[in-house]
Design a protein around this ligand. Structure first.
Ligand SMILES: *Cc1c(COP(=O)(O)O)cnc(C)c1O
Length: 241
């Protein structure tokens, strides 16, 4: 498939415009302000030209799944003023390569990983690393993330790890079909978020609730998401090589 820059720009710009309308409508329907919701463009498998088209159209946050892929692509990206987050599963042996290179890691799902990020963060210039804890909201065996029942004990354990700044939660829900099912799961996630926020655990803040993807971001915003992670609705169907 050959695509020139103009096609990339027009295609991505139109998708972003449509998504922006939907985000605004969902915020209005939920009585929320538009500024409460951040749009993240998920760029896994997307080439640099197409990502740059999204950045030129005003995208301020990108999310990548794999350490290697991000490090290979980023020099070709116009990342001035843009936040890059790691959102995919992170293996402890890759932690040193990514801490200090991204603005946030959204996929903390074990004490061991939190420990490794804490240690690596201490060695960076910044001295800290912002993270979200990933919750396996459907308690599915196949998914990464912390089971709901283990979330609070984990947060209490990692809260005082030096350099680790827990800023909220991230969730990938099970595949859901009806609007009611989607909203019920997001509602459960929001309640968990508010509940933990209310406990004021020292050294952790609950500002970011990262949930909602191409197929369900409207429902996620209706239920309190503060960051939606959207890939295919912006860039088209992913092609894995
Ligand atoms: C791929 C991915 C997304 C985006 O998925 P789409 O359905 O393409 O919007 C969001 N979050 C994570 C963690 C992902 O891996």
């Amino acid at each position: 498939m050959t695509e020139n820059l103009h096609d990339n720009h027009a295609y991505v710009r139109e998708n972003l415009a449509r998504i922006e309308e939907q985000i605004q409508a969902a915020c209005a329907a939920a009585g929320r302000r538009r500024e409460e919701v951040t749009l993240m463009a998920v760029t896994k498998t997307v080439d640099a030209a197409r990502i740059n088209a999204a950045l030129a159209a005003g995208v301020t946050h990108i999310g990548e799944n794999r350490v290697q892929e991000f490090l290979e692509k980023r020099d070709a990206l116009q990342l001035d003023g843009v936040q890059a987050h790691l959102i995919g599963h992170l293996q402890t042996n890759k932690v040193r390569r990514i801490v200090g290179e991204v603005d946030m890691i959204q996929s903390i799902d074990s004490e061991r990983l939190a420990q490794a990020v804490s240690r690596a963060a201490a060695e960076t210039e910044r001295g800290h690393c912002d993270v979200l804890v990933e919750v396996n909201i459907g308690n599915e065996d196949s998914k990464s993330g912390v089971p709901v029942a283990e979330l609070e004990p984990l947060l209490e354990k990692i809260a005082n790890f030096p350099g680790l700044r827990v800023r909220g939660l991230m969730a990938i829900p099970p595949i859901l079909h009806t609007e009611a099912e989607k909203r019920a799961v997001f509602e459960q996630m929001y309640k968990l978020f508010v509940d933990i926020r209310g406990k004021n655990v020292d050294n952790i803040t609950m500002e970011i609730l990262s949930m909602g993807m191409s197929m369900d971001y409207v429902e996620a915003i209706r239920e309190g998401s503060t960051m939606v992670r959207i890939g295919s609705a912006i860039f088209g169907k992913r092609e894995y090589h």
